[in-house]
Design a protein around this ligand. Structure first.
Ligand code: SF4
Length: 367
């Protein structure tokens, strides 16, 4: 492990931060519910055992931050419809293979002969298109701003006639705003995702304290990073104030990555987006801009209306994705639905809330 990484896993530092967090929690004297919007936060904090070290008054809840989990069944169904009806090769990330569609996942479709290839990213999909000039290749692109900016660069420069992109991209800050507007959710602060913030910066969260008087802390992923983020939020609670604390300054600048933001703005337009089990959320997606319609699979192939089932019977991913429920409350958890046999999207990716809970047998505090 490199010296800099080790520094952020230092046991003494972790112990000291836990002690400070306990003191502050006692001063606050009431339960603090903190929502993170990031699958990597859920995975890394559980892997490090942080929930079990924190005082029981702190409830860390997982929001809709895993891009695989939030991908809708309709997106899977449409990509498969294109493959079936246009003899197209589908290229996508490995995590997407087992995400349930209404009737089947990509993995199941592969079993009946649909040509689906797992790639590391958009550039591999483009190479595949170059190697197969007599077949169309569709890259099924999912992700938040961190991933979609890489795809954006290829939207802008790729002109291969046999290559297209199906965009299932989503945006973090507007989704956070919709969570704040729901009156059925109760939490007091947001832990904002470090990797998305390296792209978009800390600036796009400013509206949260300004408009909603609500605390935000941007945090990285090592144990010390996460604890420092929690500590910053607790300080805001204790001071009865709200602001955006950037606790990941070694990577996150206020203005973000200017070149990546420019690519996002050039390649995409803000659109409504389908979130698994949650319906259409306005202005939370990125579709390919009309000036690059030659590469947009949704325009290249005329899609029919499909009958869609987003949640399979018994799955409560819709509640888990907004922090309203927890994996162990689902009757299927670790029984019919397991990491080796996922029924819902939250059990597929190693960053999915149900997958993390099943993999690490997470301690989940009763409400
Ligand atoms: S355990 Fe499985 S079925 Fe239940 S909510 Fe999680 S993903 Fe859905």
């Amino acid at each position: 492990m490199s010296e800099p990484t080790q520094k952020y896993r230092d046991k003494e530092l972790v112990d000291a931060l836990i002690k400070k967090i306990k003191q502050l929690t006692e001063q606050i004297g009431e339960k603090a519910r903190i929502m993170h919007v990031c699958g990597t936060h859920e995975h890394d904090l559980v892997k490090a055992g942080l929930r079990s070290l924190l005082p029981k008054e702190i409830d860390l809840i997982a929001g809709p931050g895993c891009p695989v989990c939030v991908s809708s069944a309709q997106d899977v169904d449409e990509v498969l419809w294109i493959a079936d009806n246009h003899n197209v090769i589908i290229a996508t990330f490995g995590d997407m293979m087992r995400v349930p569609g209404s009737k089947e996942s990509l993995y199941q479709a592969q079993g009946r002969g649909v040509d689906i290839r797992v790639v590391y990213g958009v550039s591999d999909a483009i190479k595949l298109a170059e190697q197969t000039p007599d077949r169309d290749v569709l890259f099924f692109s999912v992700g938040f701003e961190t991933t979609s900016c890489v795809t954006a660069a290829e939207v802008i420069r790729t002109t291969l006639p046999n290559f297209s992109i199906y965009s299932s991209h989503k945006l973090v800050p507007p989704a956070m705003e919709l969570l704040l507007q729901r009156d059925d959710l109760e939490f007091q602060g947001f832990l904002a995702p470090g990797h998305v913030s390296t792209i978009i910066g800390a600036k796009p969260y400013d509206f949260i304290p300004e408009k909603y008087d609500f605390p935000v802390a941007v945090a990285g992923f090592e144990p010390v990073d996460i604890l420092v983020g929690i500590y910053a939020l607790l300080k805001q609670f204790n001071e009865n104030t709200s602001r955006v604390d950037n606790m990941y300054k070694r990577y996150v600048r206020y203005e973000g990555n200017v070149a990546a933001l420019k690519a996002l703005e050039e390649a995409y337009v803000v659109s409504d987006a389908r979130w698994r089990g949650l319906g259409v959320w306005p202005d939370t997606g990125h579709e390919i801009d009309d000036k690059y319609s030659h590469i947009d699979a949704k325009k290249k192939y005329e899609l029919p209306e499909l009958e869609v089932t987003d949640l399979h019977s018994g799955c409560i991913c819709d509640e888990i994705l907004v922090g309203k429920s927890k994996p162990h409350k689902c009757k299927l958890f670790n029984k019919a639905c397991r990491p080796d046999h996922p029924i819902g999207a939250c059990m597929v990716s190693h960053e999915g809330t149900c997958n993390v809970a099943a993999t690490y047998e997470e301690i989940v505090w009763e409400d």
